[in-house]
Ligand binder design. Sequence first.
Ligand code: SF4
Length: 331
Amino acid sequence: MKGALSVRALKRHYTLRQRSGLFSSAKTLKAVDGLTFTVAPGEMFGIVGESGSGKSTTARLLLGHIPPTSGDVWFGGEPVGAVPNAHWRAMRKRMQMIYQDPLGALDPRIAVAGQIEEPLIIHNPEMTPADRKRRVAEVMAAVGLITHHGSRYPHELSGGQRQRVIIARALSMEPELLVCDEPVSALDVSVQAQVLNVFEDIRARTGFTGVFISHDLKVVRQVADRVAVMYLGCIVEMGIPEDILQSPAHPYTKALVSAVPQPGRPARSRIILTGDPPNPVNVPSGCPFHTRCPEARPACRSLKPELIAEGGRSVACHLVNNPSLVGGEAA
Ligand code: SF4
């Protein structure tokens, strides 16, 4: 059975030192600020949010690439990043990541078949060269690359082909957990659809547990079984993508959903948020979204909402969970 991913009260804060004349002061950047969720074995969990919401830091925490400030991550019943070295290396093989920028993740001097084979040489020393070649051919076929692509260099391939190489390289390790950070955002829309189909096919065949991170709710909807919406390092809403798209509950999710083109919905119904997301060094008091929220009440400035689950949906908003607490007119 594939492993479940469990994330509990996960935080990653950075201390920033600032010097002014003789004095220095420290500020805290809260990149990730208290995430709790589980991903069932074989489930694909989407994370969506604007840039700066903490999505990529979350990806690195999930795989143990950086340590948390507090909280923990477990995969398959074992703590991620907190185990002795030999054990951790064995565990790392089961957890792979796909990055946003395939060109940056590939070595321009090595033909792509060699790059797909490389993790097998490092992590599976017991495999013979013939076994490795066979595995490389299998995963290239699985992502729709043909044999002669293997002798090409990254710059000789299209963006979609390069991203397939990255997927093939991750799949060559037969991962049980695959974390994908904006894997199709650099691709044309038509190529995005092809690559997403590759994901779906392979997930259906291998049943890996996945986390799919994107700024684009449309993309996440195509591949995820559940989705979490992040804002300033926190989850503000979590549920089934179709439900969230049909009836978003959190005011931030409403704005995100209003930007997704849907048949029959007039363009003027789009909700335009005013202002940029606040600096994560200066997270607003109370509800972190209150400075941009069209529905904010005066009390939202001081009371931080909890993420509360009800009927398969979790929302962090007073108006949804406890309207009598904030009452009154929009601020
Ligand atoms: Fe808006 Fe208040 Fe809800 Fe925050 S708690 S999302 S400010 S209504």
